[in-house]
Design a protein around this ligand. Structure first.
Ligand code: MLT
Length: 263
């Protein structure tokens, strides 16, 4: 098999720009067999053709992305699917809902700074409070809640932090509230991972405070049917490993793509 595309899904409350460092590396031949990155904006933001809905169920976002893939990628072109945090939850739904359709094309899965567990009661209460804070104070409430948790100590004051701030502030408040409502009712993803039978990369920043390394370990632990599994702990990264340490993320993705070519 020759070149492949990477379909990369952003987290909450971000957009496609978080994947720019990897897209640049793919274009420069520094992502192994991955020659380009298709990073759609999820519903209700940026360049997405899909308008915001009252509740962004992960299944709804997955159906959008499946349509985006059909429209943007040449038919039958192989691809790898990657997601960061909320993007990872959307990946689980794509595999569940569209896995059969993409069976011959979807060659591997990369999960960055995400988790397979669903929200517990405390998590759901936190989402409700976050929605009310955005309703009252606008998207700045999401920025002040998220930014302190999103980056490693060494990323503070960098261009990565500046981009995270700009992405959060560019997210329409109604979109962020709908995302939070969808995150609160999402399903767990362990069933998808235990059935997954293609290469799997799970990457996590060693300072990720939102989806810590223990969540990454729990995901690889159930992936018994995958022919190749790599748990990559990225030093000096928080919740945004592909943006904070793109060279480490690129190396992991190149390995995943090579494994996908072999299997
Ligand atoms: C994200 O980065 O997408 C969110 O932190 C996900 C979450 O809050 O569960």
């Amino acid at each position: 098999m020759s070149a492949m595309q990477l379909v990369a899904l952003h987290g909450y409350p971000l957009d496609h720009r978080m994947w720019d460092p990897l897209a640049e590396r793919a274009a420069g031949g520094r992502l192994g067999p991955i020659t380009s990155v298709f990073a759609p904006d999820l519903r209700g933001r940026g360049r997405s053709a899909h308008p915001a809905a009252p509740l962004h169920a992960m299944a709804l976002l997955a159906d959008d992305v499946a349509r985006d893939i059909e429209a943007a990628l040449p038919a039958n072109e192989p691809f790898l699917l990657a997601g960061l945090s909320m993007g990872g939850y959307v990946c689980f739904e794509i595999v569940k809902r569209h896995g059969a359709r993409f069976r011959g094309r979807l060659k591997g899965l990369a999960l960055f700074d995400t988790k397979a567990a669903a929200d517990d009661d405390a998590g759901r209460a936190g989402r409700k409070a976050a929605i009310e804070a955005i309703r009252k104070d606008g998207i700045e409430a999401a920025l002040s809640a998220m930014l302190p948790k999103m980056l490693a100590r060494g990323s503070k004051g960098t261009a990565a932090e500046d981009l995270v701030r700009r992405m959060v502030l560019a997210t329409p408040p109604a979109t962020a509230m709908a995302d939070l409502a969808g995150l609160a009712v999402r399903d767990e993803g362990f069933d998808v991972l235990s059935a997954w039978d293609r290469p799997l990369l799970v990457a996590v920043g060693d300072e990720d405070a939102i989806a810590p390394p223990s969540d990454a370990e729990a995901m690889t632990a159930v992936a018994a049917r995958a022919p190749w599994v790599k748990l990559l702990t990225v030093p000096g990264a928080g919740h945004m490993a592909p943006l904070e340490q793109p060279d480490e993320a690129a190396a992991g993705l190149a390995e995943l793509a090579e494994a996908a070519q072999r299997t």
